[in-house]
Design a binder for this molecule. Structure first.
Ligand code: ZN
Length: 224
């Protein structure tokens, strides 16, 4: 369980220089996790969604977004140019910028992250968190959209990111779990087996082995 604080802070957009007040996530209280590792947060689901949303910051002027603190970002000239172009042309941002749906910051952070050459594991993480927010806010079609995007990034991460240890095990497990949630039960079962192989009975990830067993049973029932 994490205990802590959140609050407001002023930041300057590294892309357009706009200064604005924003909420920061800090740490927060959780009461366990769902099987796709979505934190269970006390209170209403929308309160939990807000806490998760605070893990990305989006500039209200130009839509630049990132999971990292803005003052730690140093964009190169080329990155700036490419990000500006991508943000201007992005279809979802064009349609949803005004309405500000709860997942928008994660989408924008993914768009910007690709131009900043973020690793696939990190891009997948942004999409996974977007899917959690959608679930808590009951945005079903968008939940699946982001689960599929997270799945693709995680698959690429397993091929390209040279993951090891706990990160390799958790990513492999999530490929299984996201497949299960998207209705690909047999595919999910194969990935749970792969995930189990990566843990090698390491007691530090015993919790993950238990989760793999439980979700495999569920996937087998669903596949039947
Ligand atoms: Zn900006």
């Amino acid at each position: 369980m994490q205990v802590g604080k959140s609050g407001r802070t002023y930041v300057v957009c590294p892309l357009c220089g706009h200064a604005f007040g924003t909420a920061y996530a800090g740490t927060y209280v959780t009461i366990g996790r769902e099987a796709d590792l979505c934190p269970k947060i006390p209170g209403r689901p929308s309160d939990g969604a807000r806490v998760i949303r605070n893990s990305v910051t989006m500039c209200p002027a130009c839509s630049f977004a990132a999971g990292e603190p803005f003052d730690e970002l140093d964009l190169t000239f080329d990155e700036r140019y490419c990000i500006e172009e991508r943000l201007k042309e992005d279809g979802l941002l064009k349609v949803f910028r005004k309405g500000q749906p709860p997942w928008l910051g994660f989408h924008a952070a993914e768009v910007c992250g690709k131009e900043r050459s973020l690793k696939s594991r990190g891009l997948g993480d942004l999409c996974l968190r977007a899917s959690w927010v959608c679930r808590k806010e009951k945005e079903r079609p968008f939940e699946s959209t982001f689960q599929l995007r997270a799945l693709r990034h995680f698959m690429r991460a397993l091929q390209e990111d040279a993951l090891v240890g706990r990160e390799l095990s958790v990513t492999t497990y999530l490929v299984g779990e996201l497949n299960r949630r998207l209705g690909n039960h047999r595919e999910a079962l194969n990935w749970y087996v792969n995930a189990h192989r990566t843990t090698g009975g390491d007691p530090r990830v015993a919790w993950l082995d238990r989760l793999i067993d439980r979700q495999s049973k569920l996937a087998r029932e669903q596949a039947a």
